[in-house]
Ligand binder design. Structure first.
Ligand code: HEM
Ligand SMILES: *[C@@H]1O[C@H](CO)[C@@H](O)[C@H](O)[C@H]1NC(C)=O
Ligand SMILES: *[C@@H]1O[C@H](CO)[C@@H](O)[C@H](O)[C@H]1NC(C)=O
Ligand SMILES: *[C@@H]1O[C@H](CO)[C@@H](O)[C@H](O)[C@H]1NC(C)=O
Length: 656
């Protein structure tokens, strides 16, 4: 009996080992053929078993002699690019293959390769299976490729225009004033330290995209919804759950994002069962349930409006992008159009019929709405969050930023009078733009951009570093390492005084004059140069530092680059300008000294004290991790204070 059991176990183990060794062998042969350097790993880092248990294994592996693991173990650890920077690339090369038993990928931080791969969309499509997590509500623009993606992109890109960028600008000003009012209230209270930057920047970004993208009036606590708001839209902005819901719309979005991994991994019945006695599954289940019902109701509202509009031949926009309305109209316009008499020309009806065949389904509409909400929310919020902390860490940069705001917009001007068209270019070309660029360089929310070689054919890829062309096997995964190419010493200047080392935050490095580089996209054979909508103009004048193409990719590049780049930049510029026009942000030092003690300190003592807070804050930032996006997850946070300009305790006298 026992021996039979052992035989079975032995057979399973043997078969497992054979699979691993055979898989490795096949992939190593493929890797050798490319002529690229490669690193062999014993299992895939995406393997669920490894992900659940690596914290147990790693310390044991590290007990072995270092030479046995130092060249590959790093690859199996999360966020290694963020944590180890240039260390391994400078040892192995800017482009190398990672070979596992079941998978293989090209990992690259070569700007030329990144530029080429993002340009040749049909040869190197997006690896959409990495995004299945974002498909939980339906297929959408971010998670699809090929003709399906084209259709989703066409259905949404028209709203990403300058008119809506201007609309975003004024809404961002309005919402940033709400944020400032909240923080000002904290600042005036008995416990003036702000511990909620992460949550508050998320609220700010959600409120902005909610209104600009969807016409939803989301407000700060204590603020009331404007009287002219469409009654149908009121419930989404309510601070108490409306009838039929157990949480507010904003809370449901926040919690769905927070629990997204759990929601993806657990089947609904299991979640519902666990929700009976566990807190996190309950929150996740309830949030998901509320969110889905909100979105269905929202969809129904929009369908109603679209039908009314189509019947009357009018279009009742809410002045914004109306993303949901636009997606819905794509379908219901046409359905109603066909039943209408007279007015329609024959060609219209044919076009309408053609479109209806490929129209988005309800799930796809809700999926796209979710994506716009996520893509336009967490990324922007994190970037703003990190920007605020870095400005507190770097007082000289903060003062330079304020000087630019004074110069461009006036220290006493009323932000609601700022004019988008008149100001946007000079804002982008100032410390405001440079500060945002610098945050996106150091902490890009999307750390790795996943692509793959089209499964239908091997693809040549020329590497400029070595001057050689390598043939990548069909179906090979590709990882574009945004986080490390953006700190690559070969492509980013560090020599001049304004540019300290590449791991430091220094917006001034963006003002170094560089010879203008010509755009080489037209020379890439197989580049997809079709216009897929979205803003494609330059962000600023060509006078400023222009990174080598492919070395600065926070929004990716090429046809699959971020559709919301302009919106995101405008939003962050406006929020920073509002905040720093009247206020400074300082690190809180409560941990080391109370307010009375600080008051009694001279500048020298303040500098010493502040340097402890700076060290702590930098350490906290180093602990950022990626779940969807790079951010401070869990309880890690940097406490700060908002102080009116002129009343600073530290940033006026600290220089770093
Ligand atoms: C700082 C803010 C933002 C950053 C860093 C960012 C970054 C990115 C990146 C890297 C991608 C490509 C992902 C990939 O290829 O794997 C992307 C795609 C996308 N982003 Fe953004 N994004 C930001 C803000 C926004 C905003 C505000 C919106 C919308 C309102 C938005 C909408 C989109 C959409 C729709 C796509 C998919 C485009 C396509 O595949 O055709 N993003 N974003
Ligand atoms: C693929 O690339 C990532 C990032 O460079 C790396 O961490 C991972 O180990 C590679 N995975 C495999 C073998 O699929
Ligand atoms: C900040 O708070 C103080 C005291 O509550 C108030 O007098 C001041 O007007 C506020 N400032 C702003 C810009 O809200
Ligand atoms: C920010 O980066 C963009 C993209 O590379 C560049 O065009 C722009 O000039 C930069 N802004 C500043 C102020 O340097």
């Amino acid at each position: 009996m026992a021996s039979k059991f052992l035989l079975v176990v032995g057979a399973i183990v043997g078969f497992g080992m054979f699979t691993v060794v055979n898989g490795l062998w096949t992939n190593i042969r493929k890797a050798r053929k490319t002529g690229l350097p490669y690193v062999v790993v014993p299992c895939s880092p995406y393997n669920a078993l490894w992900q659940l248990s690596f914290k147990i294994w790693v310390p044991f592996i590290q007990l072995l002699p270092k030479s046995l693991w130092e060249n590959w173990l790093f690859i199996l650890l999360p966020d290694w690019g963020y944590n180890t920077g240039q260390e391994h690339f400078s040892r192995i090369g800017d482009s190398f293959l990672v070979v596992g038993p079941g998978s293989m990928n090209l990992t690259t931080q070569s700007p030329a390769a990144i530029h080429e791969i993002t340009s040749r969309r049909e040869h190197f499509p997006k690896a959409t299976d990495h995004y299945s997590i974002l498909e939980m509500f339906g297929r959408n623009i971010l998670t699809t490729e090929g003709s399906v993606w084209r259709f989703h992109r066409k259905a949404t890109s028209a709203s990403f225009n300058e008119k809506n960028a201007a609309h975003t600008f004024s809404e961002a000003i309005h919402q940033a004033q709400g944020l400032v009012a909240k923080w000002n209230e904290t600042a005036q209270s008995d416990s003036p330290t702000i511990n909620t930057i992460e949550k508050d920047t998320m609220t700010l970004a959600l409120n902005i995209i909610g209104y600009v993208g969807f016409g939803l009036r989301l407000t700060w606590p204590g603020e009331t919804i404007p009287d002219d708001t469409d009654p149908r839209m009121r419930k989404y902005g309510s601070h108490t759950p409306p009838p039929g819901h157990s949480m507010t719309f904003a809370t449901s979005v926040e919690l769905v994002l927070h629990h997204i991994i759990m929601l993806l991994l657990m089947p609904t019945p299991l979640l519902r069962f666990l929700a009976l006695f566990m807190k996190a599954p309950r929150a996740a289940y309830e949030a998901n349930d509320n969110y889905v019902r909100y979105m269905r109701e929202f969809l129904d509202d929009k369908i109603e409006v679209a039908k009314e509009d189509a019947a009357s031949g009018r279009r009742s926009g809410d002045g914004g992008m109306d993303l949901m309305g636009q997606l819905v109209r794509g379908r219901y316009d046409d359905e109603t159009a066909k039943t209408r008499t007279g007015a329609k020309k024959k060609t219209d009806t044919i076009a309408a019929a053609a479109k209806t065949e490929t129209a988005l389904t309800d799930d796809e509409i809700i999926g796209n709405a979710f994506i716009m909400m996520v893509a336009g929310h967490e990324t922007t919020a994190n970037s703003l969050h990190f920007t605020l902390i870095e400005l507190a860490n770097n007082p000289a940069s903060q003062r330079a930023l304020q000087a630019d705001i004074d110069r461009l917009l006036g220290r006493d001007s009323d932000p609601t009078t700022w004019d988008y068209e008149a100001s946007i270019n000079s804002m982008l070309a100032s410390m405001l733009g440079a500060t945002i660029n610098e945050t996106l360089r150091l902490m890009p929310p999307v750390v790795n951009i996943p692509k793959w070689v089209t499964p239908t054919a091997d693809q040549p890829l020329a590497l400029h570093e070595t001057g050689q062309t390598h043939i990548l096997p069909a179906g090979c995964d590709i990882v574009l390492s945004a986080i490390t190419v953006q700190r690559h010493p070969k492509y980013w200047p560090t020599s001049k005084s304004a540019s300290p080392d590449l791991d430091s935050f220094s917006p001034q490095r963006w003002f170094e004059k560089e010879a203008e580089k010509k755009d080489t996209t037209s020379e890439i054979v197989g580049a997809d140069t079709e216009d897929y909508g979205g803003f494609s103009g330059p962000d600023t004048s060509a006078q400023l530092f222009r990174p080598v193409r492919g070395s600065f990719v926070p929004f990716s590049d090429g046809p699959r680059s971020c559709l919301g780049r302009r919106i995101a930049l405008v939003e962050m510029l406006a929020a920073l300008a509002v905040l720093f026009q009247r206020y400074s942000i300082e690190l809180a030092v409560d941990e080391w000294a109370d307010d009375k003690t600080v008051e009694a300190m001279d500048n020298e003592a303040r500098r010493t004290l502040y340097s402890r807070a700076q060290a702590r804050s930098r350490e906290t930032l180093r602990g950022a991790t990626t779940i969807l996006t790079l951010k401070l997850h869990g309880t890690a946070s940097v406490p700060v204070r908002l102080v009116p300009r002129g009343q600073e305790r530290f940033v006026h006298c600290v220089d770093a």
